[in-house]
Design a protein around this ligand. Structure first.
Ligand SMILES: CC(C)(COP(=O)(O)OP(=O)(O)OC[C@H]1O[C@@H](n2cnc3c(N)ncnc32)[C@H](O)[C@@H]1OP(=O)(O)O)[C@@H](O)C(=O)NCCC(=O)NCCS
Length: 167
């Protein structure tokens, strides 16, 4: 069964391995904790992610962000992040939601279902009328995930589609 769970200490071992192995940057989805040690994850990464979700200790210009893991039974298959509202750089950039499915689990519908579940939560957090998303033009799988969840292309530039999903 597929379900989302917010980052939490109970699942730290599996969350740690997942985050450690996520690439630093794949198609603009970044992971500043790639390759991290278990101790640093526990002492630094986890507290930071949990604080940011509550809007605490945010660096200047950052908005609160919730980190969710997509689980298939007892295994983590993906990570979804919700930025709670837009600032100028998010409005014209990354938007509200970022996501990543682990390589070995791709092309099985997890991206689509994970975004569907994330949108249910995002709609209760985000004040704007539409959910903003951004995708590189050379990432057709992610564009499909968005379009399959009711997304439409609002505008585009040379390299990027800017997608919106009505709440
Ligand atoms: C984008 C990503 C989340 C997709 O995850 P996924 O679990 O494979 O997605 P799904 O299986 O739900 O759907 C992928 C869709 O794209 C299609 N697809 C996959 N690769 C494709 C390709 N190279 N060209 C065209 N379509 C492709 C699949 O057939 C599927 O379409 P369908 O639902 O109509 O059958 C995953 O590839 C990923 O994590 N990539 C790295 C990070 C990333 O790009 N994040 C998004 C940044 S905007």
């Amino acid at each position: 069964m597929l379900y989302l769970k917010e980052i939490n200490y109970e699942d730290i071992e599996k969350e740690y391995l997942f985050v450690r192995d996520m690439p630093i940057d794949e198609n603009g989805l970044t992971n500043k904790w790639h390759g991290i040690s278990y101790d640093e994850f526990k002492e630094k990464a986890m507290p930071e992610m949990i604080a940011f979700a509550k809007g605490e200790n945010l660096p200047d210009g950052f908005v609160p962000e919730t980190v969710l893991f997509l689980w298939n039974d007892d295994e983590i298959v993906g990570q979804f992040r919700i930025r709670h509202y837009l600032c100028e750089s998010l409005r014209t950039g990354g938007g509200h939601i970022g996501y990543f499915i682990k390589k070995e689990f791709r092309k099985q519908g997890y991206g689509k279902e994970g975004l569907r579940l994330t949108l249910q939560i995002a709609k209760t957090i985000i004040p704007e009328d539409e959910i903003y998303l951004r995708v590189n033009k050379d990432n057709p799988a992610s564009l499909k995930v968005m379009l399959n969840n009711g997304g439409y292309i609002k505008y585009e530039d040379e390299s990027t589609y800017y997608v919106r999903i009505k709440k």
